[in-house]
Design a protein around this ligand. Structure first.
Ligand code: SAM
Length: 424
C-alpha cells in the first residue's frame, strides 16, 4: 500500500520507507508460532507510524482479537516535521517548511475532529481497545483518533508517556534515528547511555541494567526494523553479545521491500529487485534491512548443521576452503571463516565469521566473543598492526584483524568473533 498523502514528494529523506503487510505478517507469525500468547493482554505501541494507512496498524488492528491484545496505540509524525519537500533543496528553500506535497486523507477530512490548522503540523494518535461500532468484533473499524498536542516525535513527552504505558513497541522507525530510537525504547530518552560512545563493557552493563530495570513490568519488549550494519554500533553490539537483543525471524537473505513516496530516487538495482518480487512502481528493496527484537522465536534456537574441519577441507563448496583449510590471523588467536556454512563444527578456538552469521546464531550452539572493529577490537586484545605492514596496506587500522597472504597483509570485511559452546 503506497501512501497517497505523499504522492508529490520530490525530496523524501531516507526515513520514508513503508513496510509491506506480508513482511510484517511473516515476522509476527514467527512469534505467535513460538508462543501463541505472546501478545495476550498486552498494550502494543506502534510509534513513528501513519495509522491512517500503515500496514503495522492495519495488521495489529485486524488481529486484535486473535492476538488477545488489551490495547493498540499507534502514533504518526506530522507532515510538516517530516524531511520531505515538494521541491528540490536549494539555497532559497533550505530550512523552510514545505508541505505543499501533503494532502490530508479523505478519511481525516470526513472525520468530525478534522482541523485544517492542525492537519499538517500535529501528529495523530489512534487507539483501539473496544468495540466502538458495536458490531460484535474489535477491529480496524473501531480505531478512534485525535490530534496529538505536538508533532508526534517519538522523543516528545506525550509519546514517551505512551511508551511507558506500553508492554511492547513495534515499528519500522526512521533509519537515521535508529540508535536513538533503541535507546528510547529502554527508557533512555535519547540522552544517556546508548547515545554516548563509551567503552563496550561499560556500555553493556548500563544497557543490561536499562533493559532489565526501566519497566516495572519487566524488560520492555520490542520488534523493530533496522539496518544490519547497526549490529556493529558500540551501543548495540553489547546487547547482541549478551543476548539481550537478537535478529528477528525473517532470514537476512529474504529481501524486504518497502513502499517509498512517489518521486523518491532509489537505487535502480534495488528497484529492479523489488520489481522481480512483484512490487512495481514506488517500491524499493533495502538490502541489509532486518528485524531486531527481544521477543523469543524458534528459529534462533535451531543449531546450524556444520561439517568438521577435515570434511570442510575435503568437501567445502567454497574453493578458498576446499583443499586449503583456514587462514590464521596474525594479531589474534583466531581462524578466518569467510562463510557461515563453512564454520568447522569441531573447532575449539575462536573463529572470525561474517556479520551475517548473526542471522543463524543459536545461543545454545555458540558464544559471541566480540567484534573485531575499532575500539572493541582493541579491547579484545587484537595486537596493533606493525608500521611496515600499514605502509604495505594503507587501509589497515589497529583494532582490526589481519592475516598474511603472499607476503601482503590483508584484512577481512567486518568480522564477529565466536566460539563453540561444548557440553560441560
Ligand atoms: C521508515 S518510516 C516507517 C513508517 C511506518 N512505520 C512503516 O513501517 O510503514 C519511519 C517514519 O518515521 C517518521 N519519523 C521521522 N522522524 C521521526 C521522529 N523524530 N518521531 C516520530 N516519527 C518520525 C518518518 O516520517 C516516517 O514516516
Amino acid at each position: 500500500m503506497a501512501n497517497k498523502n505523499l504522492s508529490n514528494a520530490k525530496n523524501a529523506k531516507n526515513d520514508e520507507f513503508y513496510t509491506q503487510l506480508n513482511d510484517i505478517q511473516a515476522e509476527v507469525n514467527a512469534y505467535i508460532d513460538y508462543d501463541p500468547d505472546v501478545f495476550r493482554g498486552k498494550t502494543v505501541l506502534l510509534p513513528c507510524d501513519d495509522p491512517e494507512w500503515s500496514n503495522f496498524t492495519r495488521f495489529f488492528a485486524q488481529n486484535f482479537e486473535r492476538f488477545g491484545l488489551k490495547k493498540l496505540i499507534s502514533t504518526s509524525y506530522a507532515a510538516a516535521s517530516k524531511n520531505i519537500s515538494a521541491t528540490k533543496n536549494t539555497k532559497s528553500t533550505k530550512g523552510k517548511k514545505d508541505v505543499s506535497w501533503y494532502q490530508p486523507s479523505l478519511f481525516e477530512q470526513e472525520s468530525p475532529q478534522y482541523d485544517e490548522e492542525k492537519t499538517a503540523v500535529k501528529g495523530k494518535i489512534f487507539v483501539l481497545d473496544h468495540d466502538t461500532n458495536k458490531n460484535g468484533r474489535i477491529d480496524f473499524e473501531d480505531l478512534e483518533w485525535k490530534y496529538l498536542e505536538g508533532d508526534g516525535d517519538f522523543r516528545s513527552e506525550e509519546v514517551c508517556k505512551l511508551r511507558d504505558e506500553a508492554d511492547m513497541i513495534v515499528t519500522n522507525p526512521p533509519f537515521s534515528l535508529f540508535r536513538e530510537f533503541l535507546a528510547w525504547i529502554v527508557g533512555d530518552d535519547g540522552k544517556g547511555v546508548l547515545t554516548q560512545s563509551r567503552r563496550v563493557a561499560e556500555c553493556a552493563e548500563k544497557v543490561k541494567g536499562g533493559l532489565a530495570a526501566k519497566n516495572a513490568k519487566g524488560a520492555k519488549k520490542f520488534l523493530v526494523i533496522g539496518n544490519m550494519n547497526a549490529v556493529s554500533y558500540t551501543e548495540i553490539f553489547p546487547l547482541i553479545k549478551f543476548n539481550k537483543i537478537w535478529l528477528g525471524a525473517t532470514g537476512f537473505a529474504n529481501d524486504m521491500v518497502f513502499a517509498v513516496p512517489k518521486g523518491t530516487i532509489v537505487s535502480p538495482s534495488d528497484k529492479a529487485k523489488a520489481e522481480r518480487l512483484g512490487y512495481v512502481g514506488d517500491y524499493t528493496r533495502l538490502g541489509n534491512s532486518c528485524w531486531f527484537t527481544n521477543l523469543e522465536h524458534g528459529r534462533r534456537h535451531v543449531p546450524l548443521k556444520l561439517m568438521t574441519e577435515a570434511d570442510n577441507v575435503k568437501f567445502s563448496r567454497h574453493k578458498d576452503i576446499r583443499g586449503k583449510g583456514y587462514v590464521k590471523y596474525e594479531n589474534y588467536p583466531a581462524i578466518e571463516v569467510p562463510y557461515t556454512d563453512a564454520i568447522p563444527a569441531d573447532h575449539d578456538g575462536v573463529m572470525a565469521v561474517p556479520r551475517s552469521f548473526l542471522d543463524k546464531y543459536c545461543p545454545e550452539q555458540f558464544e559471541i566473543v566480540g567484534i573485531a572493529e575499532g575500539e572493541s577490537g582493541k579491547e579484545l586484545g587484537l595486537k596493533a598492526v606493525p608500521k611496515e605492514l600499514k605502509r604495505l596496506n594503507r587501509s589497515l587500522r589497529d583494532g582490526q584483524l589481519y592475516y598474511m597472504r603472499d607476503g601482503f597483509p590483508e584484512k577481512p570485511f567486518a568480522r564477529i568473533l565466536i566460539r563453540a559452546k561444548r557440553p560441560k
